[in-house]
Write a new protein. Structure first.
Length: 261
């Protein structure tokens, strides 16, 4: 309950701050929507030259992209730690974090939240609805619950990977370009893994499991029975990777040397 209370207090203060600069918030939301629109246009351009992509049609690819946007939006809203190395290690703000009686990662998540990114959830669902209508998909009464589980699983998989990368900073405080590179790799999860070679497919499934953020769980709603096993592995992979990431983080905190010269 203490952690829930802290979360809502931080969220309340964040919303007050953003509403003070409403134009900035609107511009940021519009820029996110524009970025998502550009990616959607890219898919349309690709299918302007072909009817199928490794057995997937245009609407199926669009549905996968829409699904991917939902967990990705949650990740962006609550796990915005892409600048952890420079801000908290190099500049020494981790010293401040460690003086407070609350888990260090939770504090950083609260400080770096960007709730306006949740608009991506609406965009993703709208794209999924559009694609589902064209595909004549049917859903059962329990599919909304499965959707929530898959979305949360995808969000925590994404978060786990970036928490692990951020944890490396505790051992090496030099600036690196791993975070931007990982963002680019994560984009591969927007598309069916069978369009890649076996090495990339293996990496996206078991090493950097971004495929569980988009294509695998989306395949369940598309009725792709050959991917059902992977789809239902999504929450399992989320638990495994999140536990590993927290353990790595906690171990890294014990190696933190401070911001001295």
């Amino acid at each position: 309950m203490y952690y829930f209370s802290m979360f809502f207090q931080y969220a309340s203060q964040y919303l007050k701050t953003r509403l003070t600069y409403r134009v900035d918030a609107v511009v940021e939301i519009l820029s996110d929507l524009l970025f998502q629109a550009v990616n959607l246009v890219f898919i349309l351009v690709v299918f302007g030259h072909t009817q199928f992509l490794s057995g997937w049609n245009r609407e199926e690819i669009i549905f996968i992209y829409g699904f991917f946007l939902v967990p990705f939006a949650i990740f962006q809203a609550f796990f915005n730690i892409w600048d952890f190395n420079e801000r908290y290690i190099v500049k020494g703000e981790m010293d401040r974090i460690l003086t407070r009686p609350i888990h260090s990662l939770f504090q950083i998540i609260l400080e770096r939240m960007e709730l306006e990114s949740l608009f991506g959830v609406i965009t993703g669902i709208a794209i999924m609805v559009y694609a589902a209508m064209h595909l004549d998909l049917t859903f059962t009464w329990y599919d909304p619950f499965v959707f929530i589980v898959f979305v949360l699983g995808g969000a925590f998989i994404y978060a786990s990977i970036f928490i692990m990368i951020a944890s490396i900073s505790f051992w090496s405080d030099s600036r690196t370009d791993i975070m931007p590179m990982m963002y680019n790799i994560g984009n591969y999860g927007r598309y069916p893994v069978d369009i890649y070679n076996q090495v990339i497919r293996f990496v996206l499934t078991w090493i950097l499991p971004f495929a569980f953020v988009g294509v695998y769980p989306a395949a369940y709603f598309l009725g792709r029975e050959e991917w059902y096993v992977f789809a239902f592995l999504t929450p399992v992979m989320a638990v495994i990777f999140f536990v590993i990431s927290i353990k790595l983080w906690n171990k890294g905190v014990t190696k933190y040397r401070g911001a001295g010269n």
